[in-house]
Structures are given as C-alpha cells and as structure tokens.
Write a protein that binds this ligand. Sequence first.
Ligand SMILES: NC(=O)c1ccc[n+]([C@@H]2O[C@H](COP(=O)([O-])OP(=O)(O)OC[C@H]3O[C@@H](n4cnc5c(N)ncnc54)[C@H](OP(=O)(O)O)[C@@H]3O)[C@@H](O)[C@H]2O)c1
Length: 353
Amino acid sequence: MTPIIQLGLGGVGRALARQILAVAPAIRRRYGIDLRYVAVVDSRGAMAGDPALSEGQVRHILAVKEAGGGIDSLAGAIIDRHWIELFPAAMAVVVDVTAASGHAAPLAAAISAGHRVVLANKRPLCEGYDLFAALTERGATRYEATVGAGLPVISTLQSLLDSGDEIVCIEAALSGTLGFLMSELEAGSSFTDAVRTAYRLGYTEPDPRDDLSGADVARKALILARTCGKHLPAEAVIAEPLFPPHLADVSVTEFLQRLGEAEEEVMNRLAAARANGNVLRYITRITPESVEVGLREVAANHPLASLRGPDNLISFTTRRYHDRPLVVRGPGAGVEVTAAGVLGDIIATAREL
Ligand SMILES: NC(=O)c1ccc[n+]([C@@H]2O[C@H](COP(=O)([O-])OP(=O)(O)OC[C@H]3O[C@@H](n4cnc5c(N)ncnc54)[C@H](OP(=O)(O)O)[C@@H]3O)[C@@H](O)[C@H]2O)c1
C-alpha cells in the first residue's frame, strides 16, 4: 500500500481525490501500486483510517466538503492534533493542496522521518532557502503543479538540468489573469475596463490586487529560479505591481472605482511598446544573473508575443535549445488539470518507492 495523507480539500483537493479514486484500480493493475488515503485534512480537522480510509469514507467526506461542510462535523474527526502526528510508521506521500503558510518546516520534518512530499501549494517552497533545500534535496518533494498547474514545466526544467544543459534564459507568462488583461489591452480596452471585466467574470481573485501585485507570479519565479540552482532568499524576487502604492490599502470597491489612477502608467507602457514594434507582456525573466517579474516589452516574433488570453507559456533558451527555444504552452490553471499534475507526481513518487 502507498499511504497518502492529503492536506486540503478545496477545489484542487476534491478534484484530486476523485481522480485518485477513479484511477486507483488501473494503477494497481499496471504497476502493482495500491494508492490509499490514510488521512485527509482541512483547515478545521482531520479524518484518519485504520489503517486506511475506505473508498466509501472518502466519498462521504467529499460530499460533505462539496456541500460546504468541514471535516470537524464528521463523527470520528480529529480536531486536537497537528497533522504531522497522524503519519504512519511506514513511508507516506504527504500531499499539500492547501494555500496555507507555515507548512515548510513540518513538511521538512516529515521528510526527515522518511516520508515524501507532493505540492500544489507554492508557499512551502518560498520560505527561507534552507527550507527549500531541506524539502527538495534528493528529490524528496515533487512540485510540478506549483508552476503552470498541469503543464510539464518543472519536469522539463529538471530534465534539461539533469542532462547537462545550461539555462541561458527562461521567459514566461505565468498568470492567466494578467495574460487576459494584456489581451484585452491589445484588443483596444482601457486598463480600467480590462480589470473591471476580469473582476466581473471571476477571472481575478476576490481582491484583484492579489493578481495585479504580481506576488503569486513572484512565488512561481522564485521556485523556478531556485530549481535552476540559485540560492535566493525569499525576498530576492520582487514583482512589479500594476497599481500605485497609495491604492494598496483602500477597500476593493474603492480600488475598482479609482483604477483610473493606475491607467496612465500602463497605457503609456503599452503605447511605448507599440511605437517600438513590440508587444507588452507581464513576464518572468530568469537569466544566470537576474530574476525579473514585471511588465516588459517583447519582440513581435517572440513566442510570448503570440500568447492570447489566459494561457501560460514558458520558453527555455538553453545552450542546446539556442536558436529556437523549447516552449511549453497551455492552460496554467483549473482544478482538473492542476489535480492531474499532482496525481502524476504522486504516481511517480509511488513508482520510485
Ligand atoms: N486552482 C487552481 O487552478 C490552481 C492551480 C495551480 C496551483 N494551485 C494551488 O493549489 C492549492 C489549492 O488551491 P485550491 O483552488 O484548491 O484552494 P481552495 O479551494 O482555497 O482550498 C484550500 C483547501 O486547503 C484547506 N486548508 C487551508 N488551510 C489549511 C491548513 N492549515 N491545514 C489543512 N488544510 C488547510 C482548506 O480548508 P477548508 O476546506 O476547511 O477551508 C481548503 O480545503 C493552492 O496553493 C493554489 O495556489 C491552484
């Protein structure tokens, strides 16, 4: 049996549990691997099996979560212990599909105790560099879904590095929301209208500044840069926000009303890019010397220039892929593709063991 402990039963977590239940028989036949949940955890409690949860128990928990309930409402729920106390003696795969902070140290402790980790949660990889190293050394943590959701970004990068290639430059569009905004601007929309449309359609976080600050992109950039071997502290990657500092602390309603105050800067940058024959993109650029996250002009023949809408695109220029870069492109968000990326990591971990 491969014991799984899953932290998080939100959109990604529930999709993952459904996918695991669906593929478990085929994985058992194909590889002789028996994927079994020993515990699932949400923000309010945990449910553990003895030795594992049955399929019926997992489906019941999913139904309760789907209906908006908490694990603490279930008979037998554990609410007085940290999840690290629920680990079995045998090796388990600990899957973090929360967006919680503060998990890096307990996950590193789990690895020290012989367990393995799979992440969709970026935050554990974005604390101090020592914790990143503790989590990732000897491949103890897989984290494909942290950058580009289900797209093969981390595995492509690791395979380039493992085969002795050298990264000359990684250029990437890693935010579907900011990609949507750039397409709207290109189609003639004002910045204010583009942000309000994205907000109305539910493409932004409840507070659109969470997208416009670039903070989530900066976390992905830090993960990519650290994977490249850069020993960067957490604060080394600073994203360029798409709004002025004086709008950082007003309410969401006021922010949406006062978007005009962010308009001029962005529209001037768009006009300058056009005048230079370039396009404007919100990108991550990683070279051996630097890591940048912000609005940049991109040449009209660059792969990033062809990007439309919310897709992600990651372009690797390396010593071997020099004349034309290796490009990974596709949907970089969505619960099903993200869960599939996590499931791929779980199966790879289980096969390795
Ligand atoms: N959605 C996407 O397209 C996508 C793509 C790539 C990566 N990701 C990453 O995947 C992760 C999950 O995303 P999501 O959309 O599923 O988020 P979500 O719907 O907000 O779900 C988060 C889950 O984590 C649980 N949780 C929060 N704090 C916890 C804690 N301290 N201990 C245990 N559980 C805790 C929540 O519990 P309650 O249910 O009790 O609230 C909830 O079940 C995030 O890190 C996100 O950045 C998402």
